[in-house]
Design a protein around this ligand. Sequence first.
Ligand code: ADP
Ligand code: ZN
Ligand code: ZN
Length: 727
Amino acid sequence: MFAEVIVDIKTAQVDKVFDYEVSDDIKVGHRVLVPFGNRFIEGYVIGLKNKSDYPIDKIKKVSKKLDIEPLILPEMLKLSDYMIKNNHLKRVDTLRLFLPSGIRKEKIKPLVKEIVFVKEFNKDEIKKAIRANSKKQLEMLEYIKVGETYLKSELNKMFGSLAVEKFVTLGVFDIDEKRVLRNPQTLKKEDKTVELNSLQKEILEKIKEPATHLIFGVTGSGKTEIYMHSIKRCLDEGKNAIMLVPEIGLTPQVVSLFKARFGNTVAILHSGLSMGERFDEWQRIFSGEAKIVVGARSAIFAPLKNIGVIIIDEEHDDSYKSESNPRFYTHDIAKFRAKYNNCPLVLGSATPNIDTFYRAKKGEYRLHELLKRANNKDMPNVELIDMRQEMMAGNNSLFSRRLQSDLTDCIKAGNQAMIFCNRRGFASYMICKECGWTAKCEDCDATIVYHKEDNLLKCHFCSRRYKAITKCPECGSVYIKMGTIGTQRVAEEIRKLFPMVKVLRMDFDTTQNKSSHAQILEEFSNTKPCILVGTQMIAKGHDFPNVTLVGIVDADMSLHYSDYRSAERTFDLLTQVAGRAGRADKTGKIDLQTYMPKHYVYRFMANYDYKSFFDREINVREVSKFPPFAYIIRVLFSGENLEDVQLATAHAHNDFNNLCEDNKDVLYCKAMKSPVSKIQNRHRYQILLRLTNFGFTNIINDVYNICDKYQKQGINVFVEINPNNLS
Ligand code: ADP
Ligand code: ZN
Ligand code: ZN
């Protein structure tokens, strides 16, 4: 018998299949150790056959199988084929996605601890055998119970290892080894199962169909309850479920909610886990002990068999698209697995991705709507606050008079407030404080971004440059504002205004510690009054009943990102943030500060009118030929040597130009320095292609092939389709 083996090393030349001779006990999907060159490396068996085309005397033998069972399921091998074809990935990169990293090269081993079993004993005899002055041993004698087991390390800690050893010699303890699981920590939460209302029940019934469904429902409309009921239904039918949530923010709360309702059948997979925790959770899924997988993007690769439903909550979230190798879009993988398992895929959002809603409207997905909050409360009122008027009235602080007085009221009433400030990335824009004019690229209708290092404004889309301005070309004002406001400064200013009130801050910087995220949320939920200042981390998923006010300090910030999705992203983000207020009995309010109160994003957002926003947005995209009516391809070149990167980009651009010549389906093809031109000492250049949908299907493989040509030592070439951002 011969096995087709993929060896686990990361060089382009070896992403091919090697034949090895095997014994009968090796199956497809097994991890094996094979001789390769003059060493031994790990590999994956992806096929078995009776004959090999290689000369028989050249074929080596597999030296060892590494696991009892094949760890790569037949479904995942099919998925691997799909991803190679669809995402142009290397086989080995896909296979690695399917296993916890700790498993390779045995970096992580099952955690085994010594346990102590307490046998029958005669207390008086033992007392006699212990010398009277051995206080610790007497204490332990009182503590232990016959028939119980204890962790030896715990007993050592409590009573000392001498005492424990003594009890072993006395025949009281039997020592054994046992595998213990590294369980990720979660918040404690009480579960309250609610009965679904009739609308929820109707949707629950409809999403049984094995198809792609979109539940479009305002925040608080009871989507999560529907997810949980459909998962319960799966379990009752003996099936399993995957539930995906965005990487940031949502995880601790949602996870604890699921743990409270479903207990140990829930496994968690997200990037915050230690390698050991991930390894153990993966094993629990593989063995079938865990039946529900809750996790971020990569949990879509969980080794779960017999899937009854796949759910993607907040499906519009950017984190569902991987921004580094290996590239994939979670929705595509979810569709593949749903089809393979003949089960429904359920997408949910209050602000669906424009592409998703477009497909739902066309009938490609089934659309289900929840237009009201589950508790029938109105959505909180959104007040648009014109910051130009604040300035004219002499208020130069970060906070409008309205926000300050609303904060005062909120605190007086003993409630909680959230202050949102989206300091993200590097970009700062230029805006006229008097008329709201912003600097835009003449070619792209995209906001241009100020670059401090060379004092220029640059278009991130076509890289055209503009001189920095000191005077507004629209109204002549010299009050040109620049730069971003960070959460740190906002928190400081709030503390000055309300010195007696607890102010917490949650952003990338304050959540570097593994548990700090959960701690901040825990403290916030236990403190009244309290103000939580944060970035988009506070925007998602949290359900705090005492939050009555949400302040949005600088709403315009995300509108100024210069790509075609900035309006969509802003609408999503603000709607999410607004959804944090007034979720329970208390009425909520949103104070949204802007220099452009007439902007259509704010108008629609303030009315929670996603559909009108969608209609306008889809129109713009159709006219200007942007996704879903076209594809954007970004090819990113990076490397330490600037000249090499520039050269590779120029040559590839030349190849692309030849490819695109006279092709009407190519709308755009330009090479440029990336907006973030250097990351960790690697220079970055990029080529942007925009193609009609027809053109995309026709030439994407040629694009990949050109890129492969320039991928070599020292140069990394990364292709993204409709990237989240172009930085
Ligand atoms: P979403 O996921 O759409 O934001 P949730 O499922 O989290 O909404 O529901 C919001 C709140 O409403 C939660 O506190 C939830 O317990 C409650 N809720 C959901 N469905 C019902 C229902 N049928 N009856 C009463 N309360 C409900
Ligand atoms: Zn102006
Ligand atoms: Zn431009």
